[in-house]
Design a protein around this ligand. Structure first.
Ligand SMILES: [Fe+2]
Length: 291
């Protein structure tokens, strides 16, 4: 049984059928990737000039903060910058509406974080192992601690040349966490306060955040794990959308260019079954509270 669960839902704004939203929440919370093969995001005819890696400054993607409207990571200025902001803003609103209709029980609790546009080709990109997203990993944010909240991400492949986005999807989080648990160490007392004072983190890095960062690194650095752990290859075609708890689902983006992504944070008590969340699993493995 694969980790990808396909649903027929094909609208950014319409309510999901009772069947679809029952399947969606259960599949997501079981650690599956929810795949919507019939849900393309229409980038509009006026955005073709934005589809180039040349628009990036130093980072691998351009970001959009829906709270402030600020666009980052790009060299664009003036009117093209405004159009890039509008593209990501429209995607951000669409992803928000989609999450509201597929996961009605999350609707009042979920928090919208940043969106991104990723116009660079993944395959062949030179980077350090820690930043190399072609290695299986779970997501964890060094500067923005989630403090136990779930990371839910909506992705849409908007490749104009109809090229797929190719992922490897890893095995059960519980198995991965158990494999590395002995190597994950509790942060030294006072370190969270220091990181915050030095503005390395925007808020307090909880022990959970510290362990998840270590897990991200341990997974990426372990060549045997990369090659031999349970995994499957998945191609997400251009014009498709997919959703996953990327703090739980091991993933590696192997190839592809032009993707839109929206990140959400979900408080643990908004889940239907928080027992299998990374926080609860790590707490059981470490025998202590982590937030
Ligand atoms: Fe990732």
């Amino acid at each position: 049984m694969g980790r990808v669960c396909s649903i027929t839902h094909a609208s950014w704004t319409d309510a999901a059928s009772p069947d679809n939203f029952r399947i969606s929440t259960a599949a997501l919370e079981r650690g599956n990737v929810l795949f919507l093969p019939h849900l393309p995001f229409d980038v509009g005819a006026g955005s073709r000039d934005l589809f180039s890696p040349e628009i990036l400054s130093s980072s691998k993607n351009s970001s959009f903060d829906p709270a402030s409207g600020r666009v980052g990571g790009t060299t664009l200025t003036g009117e093209p910058l405004a159009r890039l902001g509008q593209l990501m803003s429209r995607f951000s609103d669409s992803a928000d509406a989609l999450v509201g209709s597929l996961f009605p029980s999350y609707r009042s609790r979920i928090q919208r974080a940043r969106a991104s546009f990723r116009p660079a080709e993944i395959a062949g990109r030179q980077t350090s192992w820690r930043k190399d997203d072609t290695r299986l990993h779970v997501d964890s944010f060094p500067a923005s601690p989630v403090q136990g909240r779930r990371i839910l991400r909506v992705f849409s492949n908007v490749n104009p040349a109809a090229r797929p986005r190719s992922w490897r999807v890893g095995g059960e989080f519980g198995d991965v966490a158990a494999r590395f648990a002995g190597a994950l160490s509790m942060p030294p007392p006072g370190s969270a306060l220091l990181l915050q004072l030095l503005r390395v983190t925007k808020t307090r890095r909880t022990p959970y955040d510290a362990l998840m960062l270590q897990l991200h690194d341990r997974m990426k650095a372990d060549e045997t794990f990369q090659k031999t752990s349970q995994q499957e290859s998945v191609d997400f075609p251009a014009g498709s959308t997919w959703i996953a708890f990327t703090d739980e689902v091991g993933h590696a983006a192997m190839a592809g260019q032009y993707q839109l992504e929206q990140t959400f944070l979900l408080p643990l008590d908004a889940m239907e079954n928080a027992d299998r969340s990374p926080l609860r699993i790590l707490e059981r493995l470490k025998g202590r509270r982590l937030t």
